[in-house]
Design a protein around this ligand. Sequence first.
Ligand SMILES: Cc1cc2nc3c(=O)[nH]c(=O)nc-3n(C[C@H](O)[C@H](O)[C@H](O)COP(=O)(O)O)c2cc1C
Length: 358
Amino acid sequence: MDTPQNPAQAGDQPTMTDLKVPPLRIGDLVIDPPILQAPMAGFTNFAFRQIVREYGGVGLLATEMVNARGFHWLDENEAEFPDRLWGVEDEPRPLAVQIWDNQPDVMAKVGRRLVEEFQVSVVDINFGCPVKQVTEKAHSGSYLLRVPDRMGQIISRLVEACAPTPVTAKIRLGCSENTINANEIAQVVEESGASALTVHGRVAEQYFKGEADWERISEIKSYLKKIPLIGNGDLDSADKVYRAFRDYNVDGVMIARACLGRPWLFAQAAAAIQGRPIPAEPTLVEQRDCMLRHYDLVVDRFGPSKGTLLMRKFACCYAQAKPGARHFRSAVGNVSTPAEFYEVVEKHFPISPVPLPV
Ligand SMILES: Cc1cc2nc3c(=O)[nH]c(=O)nc-3n(C[C@H](O)[C@H](O)[C@H](O)COP(=O)(O)O)c2cc1C
């Protein structure tokens, strides 16, 4: 996305009034505001989703991706549900669960289970993951972009199994720069009965390198006749979300990395597209307190030892781009007990605009 011509900095209380963004419709579901929290493996668990929900501004939240075959195996063996379904049964709706695999029947069985037993609002299919374990080993995720027929089979079986709950697909632009086929894939997704398409504007071989190509995301819109287009990639400010709607013809947007340490970003983005004053960035003390609340939720579920280890990566996200973040990151990377965690937060979380001396 280009550099903003008139960048609206959060905290300046700008209002952007000339845009009327309607709610997003995914099947019968109304997503308002049309701003989605992306699925992120290892991050978007119940604790994170709960924090996001508390700040508001998000229309639809998603779990981490869940492997359908793994879930099916656990089910057959009467074992526990996958850990990644933590919270799903009881938390507020709407909520999307994302699954991945390449077997239409397995996907359909798991989708049905999620709908019947967990009453999820949306079943999303991962066709974008570039990680070798998913692509080369399991021929799933973004690997499937090179076999659109197979994608079509997976989607239509899942749609049939989950009806009337909507099924959505999340893709990248293609596997590589030479094999960009998102326009074609979009039609397959729509014709197979999916209720929405999310596009991350990079190809799989890029992983996260370079910039998301919003021109190409925008181009896809003309290939969709019925279902909404959700754009994803590099949205890290209220202003960029505003411009995504204004300039790129998307029906919804999805935010991933930028919300990890800034769960209040959704509320800022929602205000921007609704012409309300953009809420100021929380103070550093408020941000630290948000992180501590997140920590409590993680420890409640996983206990003090595992919870503290798990929290290390989240804590680093909260400190990111702040003065003194480097000290905090290296210190928090070694904590293994709550006492150590609190001590490091007390000493090193950058609540002062000037880096703390070490
Ligand atoms: C740590 C991490 C985990 C991710 N896990 C998933 C996932 O489980 N399913 C998925 O569809 N995309 C996953 N993604 C991709 C994001 O959903 C998103 O498409 C991508 O990060 C681009 O959006 P952004 O620029 O806003 O980060 C992941 C990304 C990151 C950084």
